[in-house]
Design a binder for this molecule. Sequence first.
Ligand code: HEC
Length: 175
Amino acid sequence: MNFQSHSSFATRNLRIIITLLFLVGIATLNSPLTMRTLGQGRALPDGPGKIETQKLCTQCHDLDKAIAPRQDKTGWAGTVEKMVAFGMTATAGDVTLVVDFLATHYPADDVPPIRVNQATAIDFESGLGLRRSQASAIIRYREANGPFKTIEDLKKVPGIDTAKVDARKSRLIFE
Ligand code: HEC
């Protein structure tokens, strides 16, 4: 192998490596994970309090988690109070704006159905009001036993809060 062909071999390899790095970079930038990390997972609807909600509710977790529940104003006030207890710093004015914004755009009667056999742990947590350990127990049980056919199947998950499941039964979709 003379010097000439050795060098073009190296150049070709380098070119392949650069192309691969470029593709990996593009894939990473477009992945839902990256979008979520950047806080762009879901845009908030326009309205008073949008900016404050965006600012306050992205400090510790992503916005998707913050806006997952559907509850009335009292419920939202309770959630926001809980976040203050977790260390959220906000002026009283901001809190009022945020609670009004959340209660307007994510009200109690707007609860989305829960597709039991497709739902993620976060869907179970927010949709059924379950603790994280119970939500992940459902996922493990589903992986081990296959799709749930009825609410009775769902209630067989070890440790699950069956009262909460019953309370939301009209919203559960088994298919
Ligand atoms: C100081 C940090 C912090 C800020 C700021 C914050 N949260 Fe949280 N939030 C937490 C922690 C800690 C949890 C519980 C652990 C977890 O689920 O990640 C949580 C969980 C949640 C949950 C899951 C259900 C629950 O009640 O535990 C919701 C909903 C939520 N936050 C909404 C909000 C909203 C709305 C805002 C903006 C007003 C907000 N968070 C701002 C720390 C914060």
